[in-house]
Design a protein around this ligand. Sequence first.
Ligand code: XBP
Ligand code: MG
Length: 238
Amino acid sequence: MNQALAATRTAGMRDIIASARALIFDVDGTLAETEEVHRRAFNEAFAEAGLGWHWDRTTYGRLLRVAGGKERIRAFDQRSAAPLLSFSDIADLHRIKTSRYAALIATGNCPLRPGVDAWLTGARRRGQRLAIATTTSHGNIDALLSVALGPDWAGLFETIVAGDDVPRKKPAPDVYVEVLSRLALGPGDCIAIEDSGNGLMAASRAGIPVIISRSAYFSDDDWTEALLVVDDLSDIGY
Ligand code: XBP
Ligand code: MG
């Protein structure tokens, strides 16, 4: 694409984004590259529980197609010859993982991805409403954003819907439908910012246009339904 056409396209896209009444952000992989931290936390929890499991990047990349940490553990366990864990075992293991994740995030080594801060600031300047629609937990969101955005981070977002707030996790549309209901906005009034195929499907099924900010684990998912695909949000600078 020639430079003039690219510039025109980018300016047009900027206008579309700026005219949305609300921006709805996914968390993991979109606001920050958190999945390597999640993977480390899972492995630390497996070691603490004496399970002898270890998820390398390739295994974790495959398991990430299963949304939800508890569901991911169950999917992995069920592939073993004799499933080991009860539902309460999985819940206990996930609680260990979540506390390990918080401790790892608290070290401050998982910053916001490029362009995210500028998008949040620009949205606030334009009076756009901000929301979060994620599969992870409220505790994980707070752990990440209290470091990345400071202790008053929650005041930036009008509503926050997490995985366990709704019956079905992504790629079901439930988190996005709940955000729309709380904002009392139609899907066409909003734009979702996501990083994964599951997230694209969830927001698209809710009728919301989606911008994909490609992340480390999902760089080659199917983005056919997306309004726009960028390597990161600084590609559309504000
Ligand atoms: C990504 C997920 C989450 C995280 C792990 O969420 O699928 O399951 O991988 O967090 P997002 P939990 O929708 O923000 O991309 O262990 O808390 O599930
Ligand atoms: Mg994500």
